[in-house]
Design a protein around this ligand. Structure first.
Ligand code: SF4
Length: 302
C-alpha cells in the first residue's frame, strides 16, 4: 500500500513514510509551526551572541555535546547561524564519554557524521572516580559535572578552541539564581559569557535567551537521538529539580513572570542592593557634598 510522505524538519523535505497519512493542511501547519519555532530560537540565540559579543571573526567554537536536548539544539542553531553570520567562525562538536555503564557510544558519532560536522569523542572514566569518591547515598552530580568541566576545558585548549559553547538556557540561569539565593547566600546566576577561573577559556551560552519549553519542542520535532544523563543511576539533583518545578508552576500560574525575572538578571541596580563591594555606601556623604557644590556653582553662574 502506498503511504503518504511526512515533513522531516531536519531536512525541510517530505521524507519518511508515515504509518498514517497526514492531511496536506495539517502538514503545512506543522511546517509553519516548526519554521516559526526555529526562527525564534535562531533570533534569540543571535541576539544573545550580539548582546554579549560571544563570537568574533576567526573563532573556533567548541560545542559541548552531551546528547541531551539542549546541546543538540545548540549545535543545530549555531550551524544555522553560521551560514548567514557576518563573521566567519568554525564549529567543532565534542562529547565526553564518561564511561557510564550503558552509554550508547555509537549514537553521537553516527549523528555527527550524518551532519558532516567536525567532532571529537573524548574518553575519560570520570564515572569510576565519581563512584569511588562520593559517599553512599550522596548525590553524584556536583562532582561529575566538575570533572566533566575540567576534562572539556583542558581538551578545548588541546584542539585550539577559542570559545566553549554550552547549551544552558533561560530556565537554567533562573534555577541557578534561586539555588544561590536559597542555599548559597549570594545573588548570582549563570552568565551568558564567562572567563574561566584560571583565565584559560571563554565560555559562551548562546541559548541564554531561549525558553526551555521551546528547546524541548524543537528537540522533539527534530527527533534528536537523545541520550539520558542518568545512566549513572544517580539520584537526580533534587534541589535543582525543585527549583525547576517552582519556575514551571510560576510560569503556568503567572504568565510573564519568568520573562520579568530574566530581565531582572540583565538589569541590576547595585545602589539598591547591599553589597559594599559593588556600591560605595561609605562615600555617599562625599557624593552629596559634590552634588551640592555643583548646584551652587550652577546657581552662581546662572
Ligand atoms: S545524572 Fe549522572 S551523568 Fe548526569 S550529571 Fe548527574 S552524576 Fe553525572
Amino acid at each position: 500500500m502506498h503511504q503518504a510522505k511526512q515533513f522531516d524538519p531536519r531536512t525541510s523535505h517530505l521524507s519518511t513514510p508515515s504509518p498514517k497519512a497526514i492531511p496536506e493542511e495539517a502538514k503545512a501547519r506543522q511546517k509553519r509551526e516548526f519554521n516559526k519555532l526555529q526562527k525564534r530560537l535562531r533570533r534569540q540565540a543571535g541576539n544573545a551572541i550580539i548582546d554579549y559579543s560571544m563570537i568574533q571573526e576567526g573563532d573556533r567554537v567548541m560545542v559541548c555535546l552531551s546528547g541531551g536536548k539542549d546541546s543538540y539544539t545548540l549545535l543545530e542553531i549555531l550551524r544555522n547561524l553560521q551560514r548567514n553570520a557576518p563573521v566567519d567562525f568554525s564549529l567543532v562538536a565534542v562529547n565526553l564519554d564518561q564511561k557510564q555503564p550503558g552509554f550508547p557510544e555509537h549514537v553521537l558519532p553516527a549523528y555527527l557524521e550524518g551532519l558532516g560536522v567536525e567532532y571529537h569523542i573524548l574518553e575519560r572514566d570520570t564515572y569510576s572516580v565519581v563512584k569511588e569518591k562520593t559517599p553512599e547515598g550522596k548525590t553524584t552530580c556536583a562532582l561529575c559535572s566538575r570533572l566533566r568541566r575540567g576534562s572539556l576545558y583542558g581538551f578545548a585548549e588541546e584542539i585550539g578552541a577559542t570559545k566553549i559553547a554550552l547549551g544552558h538556557h533561560r530556565e537554567d540561569i533562573l534555577e541557578t539564581l534561586f539555588l544561590n539565593l536559597f542555599f548559597g547566600g549570594s545573588l548570582k546566576a549563570m552568565p551568558p559569557k564567562l572567563l574561566s577561573d584560571d583565565g584559560r577559556n571563554i565560555l559562551i551560552r548562546p541559548l541564554a535567551y531561549c525558553k526551555e519549553s521551546d528547546i524541548a519542542e524543537f528537540s522533539r520535532l527534530m527527533q534528536f537521538p537523545i541520550i539520558p544523563c542518568n545512566l549513572c543511576g544517580s539520584q537526580p539533583n533534587l534541589q535543582r529539580q525543585l527549583a525547576k518545578e517552582m519556575l514551571m508552576e510560576w510560569d503556568r500560574k503567572y504568565p510573564g513572570r519568568l520573562e520579568s525575572m530574566f530581565k531582572a538578571v540583565t538589569n541590576v541596580a547595585p545602589s539598591q542592593l547591599a553589597d559594599r563591594d559593588l556600591f560605595d555606601f561609605a562615600g555617599l556623604e562625599a557624593r552629596q557634598a559634590d552634588l551640592k557644590a555643583s548646584r551652587i556653582d550652577a546657581f552662581n553662574l546662572g
